[in-house]
Each structure stands twice: as C-alpha cells, then as structure tokens.
Ligand binder design. Structure first.
Ligand SMILES: *[C@@H]1O[C@H](CO)[C@@H](O)[C@H](O)[C@H]1NC(C)=O
Ligand SMILES: *[C@@H]1O[C@H](CO)[C@@H](O)[C@H](O)[C@H]1NC(C)=O
Ligand SMILES: *[C@@H]1O[C@H](CO)[C@@H](O)[C@H](O)[C@H]1NC(C)=O
Ligand SMILES: *[C@@H]1O[C@H](CO)[C@@H](O)[C@H](O)[C@H]1NC(C)=O
Ligand SMILES: *[C@@H]1O[C@H](CO)[C@@H](O)[C@H](O)[C@H]1NC(C)=O
Length: 270
C-alpha cells in the first residue's frame, strides 16, 4: 500500500531543498576562486547575479579576479533556501578586507546563480581586519546539539528584532547574557566578556533597514542578513549603504552580532 501524501511530500521536499554537502561544495568553490583569483573555476549558472556592494559587476573584473589571501572563513548553510553565507577575513592580504557573501545555488543543477558580497576595507565602518580576525576567531560557533536547536523562525525573528529596533526604539530584542557585538574591528565584549554588551542606543532618527537577504543555518544557530543601512539624519545626507549583520542565536537569545557596513563607496553617515 503506497502512501501517496508522504510520497508527494518527499518529492516536493527533495526538489525544494539542498543538502549541506552540496552547499559546502559551492562555498568551497567560491573560496577556491577567491583565493586563486580564478572566477572561471566557479560552477556558475547561465545567468548569474554577481553583486559587489549592491552593484552588479562583471564577475571576471571584480574582486575575484585577483587572488586574495584568506586568514579566516566562517560558513552558514541554508538547506531550505539553497544558500550559503560566508564571513571572510583577509587581514594579511596585501589589501586587507572583511567580506560577507551570500551565495545561492540552483538545486537541480548545482550551479551558483547568485553571489552577493558586502566587501569592506580601509575607511569602512570602524574597519580593522586584524582586530576583526582576533575577535571572530575567539568566538565559539560550534554546531548546536540537535535537541537544543532553534527553528528557522526563531533565529530569523531574533535577527529581525535587532534590526527592527533601530526603527522602533522601544521594541524588545532577545539578547542573551553574555552577548557581544563585533562591528568592523570594534568588539563590545572586549572588556567584559561575560556581560550582555549588545544593546543599541536609539539612533537620532528611526532607521528602517531594507532589502534584507537572509541565510539561515539552524545547525549553527546562525543567520546572515545582507541589508541596506539607511541614513536619515538631515545633518548628513539622506541615503543608504550596503551592510550585513551575521547573528548567532542560542536558546532563542542572541549571542553574537557581526556587522560589516560600507562607507567608502556610499555615504556612511560620517
Ligand atoms: C576555511 O576554514 C576552514 C576551517 O577553519 C579551513 O580548514 C580552510 O582551510 C579555510 N579555507 C580557506 C580557503 O581559507
Ligand atoms: C587594528 O587593531 C590592531 C589590533 O587591535 C591594532 O594593533 C592596530 O593598531 C589597529 N589598526 C588601526 C589602523 O587602527
Ligand atoms: C584579542 O581577543 C582577545 C579575546 O579573545 C582579547 O582579550 C584581546 O584583547 C584581543 N587582542 C587584540 C589585540 O585585540
Ligand atoms: C519609549 O519609551 C520611553 C521610556 O520608557 C518613553 O518615554 C517613550 O514615550 C516611548 N516611545 C514610544 C514611541 O513608545
Ligand atoms: C532626510 O530625510 C528626513 C526624513 O525623511 C528629512 O526630514 C530631511 O529633510 C532629509 N534631509 C536631507 C538633507 O535631504
């Protein structure tokens, strides 16, 4: 006796999701292309959205065309959305960088259809790749035991609350204790690592964070949110800038936040 609903359910599931090995292979291909300066080695779809700091760029002339020496990589895998998120530190590259990249895969072909990178360097928001490397390395992002994992919805809601609070200062954010925030190379947990130092003060005007592109990894409790950081202060110039927040959630509470925000190519409020 064949159980049709279960069969259909499995079929729909199988065609809609990616496996972790499949996504890790795509992330590894990106790392190889980046470190060897060979974008042609990537398994690309016929049409690929290759984006650097919110600008569509020719993949063969962008940052991938020059080998980059990497000191650290952290990867989230989103099996539901067939995407990966990479936090990359190139502190000892001749030109130091810190990147947050979202990569999306077409599951049926294993081809990369999107590479969307926020690429920070000297002059960007509190940029210091050496300091970033030291702090990101010091954190524990071990896989969360299966019985303690949060759902996608909980992980996403925690990151959204953090970003939404910039527009609604009285909104509560599920911050844990301890909680540490790494912005550029500045670490709130440096002097008091056992405290919750993630809370944000109110901005001069409410900020509404737009264009959120999520990558959610329940195994790591991680969510990467590429987004558009708005500036509304009349004293500066209204505008927005490429930004990204990588958040680790444990037991429904935020443990780490890593922000990368671009100032050089666009207005950064300074
Ligand atoms: C990425 O990180 C892993 C785990 O730390 C490491 O083994 C690997 O060599 C790194 N890859 C690159 C290209 O740096
Ligand atoms: C970056 O951070 C390192 C380590 O904290 C520090 O030694 C260095 O002076 C900083 N560089 C700049 C340009 O601030
Ligand atoms: C490096 O990180 C450790 C925490 O792991 C901190 O105690 C130390 O001050 C940091 N060093 C620099 C130079 O930032
Ligand atoms: C937010 O909270 C503060 C202090 O608790 C209060 O004075 C203010 O009116 C509140 N603002 C809004 C928009 O609810
Ligand atoms: C920036 O936007 C705010 C809110 O919309 C507005 O009040 C202000 O006049 C704008 N400033 C400039 C310089 O355009």
């Amino acid at each position: 006796m064949v159980n049709l609903p279960i069969l259909l359910g499995l079929a729909a599931h199988a065609s809609a999701v990616c496996t972790r090995p499949q996504l890790q292979a795509a992330a590894d291909a990106y790392l190889t292309a980046l470190t060897s300066g060979t974008p042609s080695t990537l398994p690309l779809a016929t049409t690929v959205n290759y984006i650097e700091n919110e600008v569509l760029v020719d993949i063969h002339t962008g940052i991938l065309s020059t080998p980059m020496k990497l000191s650290f990589n952290r990867t989230l895998l989103d099996t539901t959305d067939c995407a990966a998120f990479l936090e990359l530190n190139a502190a000892s590259n001749p030109h130091p960088y810190v990147l947050h990249t979202r990569l999306a895969l077409t599951p049926t072909t294993n081809q990369i259809n999107t590479l969307d990178a926020v690429i920070s360097d000297a002059g960007d928001w509190i940029f210091n790749a050496t300091s970033h490397l030291n702090y990101t390395r010091s954190e524990s992002w071990d896989p969360i035991p299966e019985s303690q994992r949060d759902s996608r919805a909980v992980i996403k809601a925690a990151a959204d609350a953090y970003l939404d609070q910039w527009g609604s200062p009285n909104m509560s954010v599920p911050l844990g204790t301890p909680c540490a925030r790494l912005e550029g190379g500045m670490y709130t947990g440096a002097s008091n690592p056992s405290a919750n130092t993630c809370a944000m003060g109110a901005f001069p005007q409410p900020l509404h964070v737009a264009k959120r592109r999520y990558v959610i990894d329940e195994v790591l409790g991680g969510v990467g949110v590429l987004n558009n950081f708005p500036w509304l202060e009349a004293s500066i110039v209204n505008g927005s800038t490429p930004s990204s927040n990588l958040v680790r959630v444990q037991g429904g509470l935020i443990r780490y936040i890593h922000e990368v925000t671009i100032c050089v190519t666009r207005m950064c409020g300074r």
